[in-house]
Design a protein around this ligand. Structure first.
Ligand code: CAA
Length: 257
């Protein structure tokens, strides 16, 4: 783990903290690579939920503008590919990912939050995709994930104007699920992560995949995938344990198999 990316794993919950406060946690290649490696390493571990957050007054204030300023077309495309890879890892992780947006989540920072399954925000959070103001565009999935999260009307307005919105507005349009006092944000994220971690891991994993892939499919195909996934869970120890525990009026002890 690098100094600019902190990781804590406690009771099956990983907290990844971007820690470059002097640059408002702006992401350069090294930081993206560190996040990519950290997420890859969590696959196959017993982690059941992950929280992404930042140190100081920013979640992530975007891709590193100083690093991008002199990029060639080829450099910029490679940087975009790397950002997309990290976003995809958050989105496709075998466990739910939760963004705890403690401050600025701008540009690439907002895009990483959007790649998480859902977003909690501090009252101090500011979110937006201001890239057009720099003469570029959201390059880590923002043009695609923002409309899918908030609808095309809000997404077009925010992306074309580059406007930065506060947490209350972000919640109103459905970008953020819930808003908390700054000191309460991480505890709230951990509490939800604990709720998730207590559920059947095979079931949560299968549900995450259906929720991710369904919108790309025709409804009949997506429903057929749900039927297959539902049936498949009846071949797991988690299903037997979950239902046995219910009938025995006790808490289940899931093993994730
Ligand atoms: N890249 C590089 N450095 C950044 C940065 C970024 N995205 N955001 C902030 N910083 C640096 C500042 O340059 C400054 O460094 P120095 O102290 O060395 O001057 C330091 O962090 C503190 O920032 P400010 O003094 O600007 O802090 P502020 O409180 O006055 O303003 C802010 C905060 C409104 C977030 C402002 O920093 C800002 O507008 N940052 C840029 C936000 C942005 O445009 N993000 C999108 C980047 S493009 C992108 O992300 C492309 C993509 O889709 C992949």
């Amino acid at each position: 783990m690098s100094d600019t990316l902190l990781q804590d794993v406690t009771d099956g919950i990983a907290v990844l903290t971007v820690n470059r406060p002097e640059a408002l946690n702006a992401m350069n290649v090294a930081l993206l690579q560190a996040l990519d490696a950290a997420l890859a390493a969590l696959e196959g571990s017993d982690v059941r939920a992950a929280i992404l957050t930042g140190t100081g007054k920013a979640f992530v204030a975007g891709a590193d503008i100083a690093a991008m300023a002199e990029m060639s077309v080829a450099d910029a495309q490679a940087f975009s590919v790397l950002g997309h890879r990290v976003a995809r890892r958050l989105e496709e992780a075998s466990f739910p990912t939760l963004a705890a947006v403690n401050g600025f989540a701008l540009g690439g920072g907002c895009e990483l939050a959007l790649a998480c399954d859902f977003i909690y925000a501090s009252e101090k959070a500011k979110l937006g995709l201001p890239e057009v103001g720099l003469g570029v565009l959201p390059g880590w999935g923002g043009t695609q994930r923002l409309p899918r999260r908030v609808g095309v009307g809000h997404a077009r307005e925010l992306i074309f104007s580059g406007r930065v919105i506060d947490a209350a507005e972000a919640q109103r349009i459905g970008l953020v699920n819930a808003v908390f006092a700054p000191d309460a944000l991480l505890d709230a994220a951990r509490a939800t992560a604990r709720e998730i971690a207590a559920k059947g891991p095979c079931a949560v994993r299968a549900t995450k995949r259906l929720l991710l892939e369904g919108p790309e499919q025709a409804l009949t195909e997506a429903n057929a995938a749900e039927v297959r996934a539902f049936g498949k869970l009846f071949g797991t120890a988690d299903q037997r344990e979950g239902m046995k525990a219910f009938l025995e009026k006790r808490a289940p002890r899931f093993e994730g198999r």
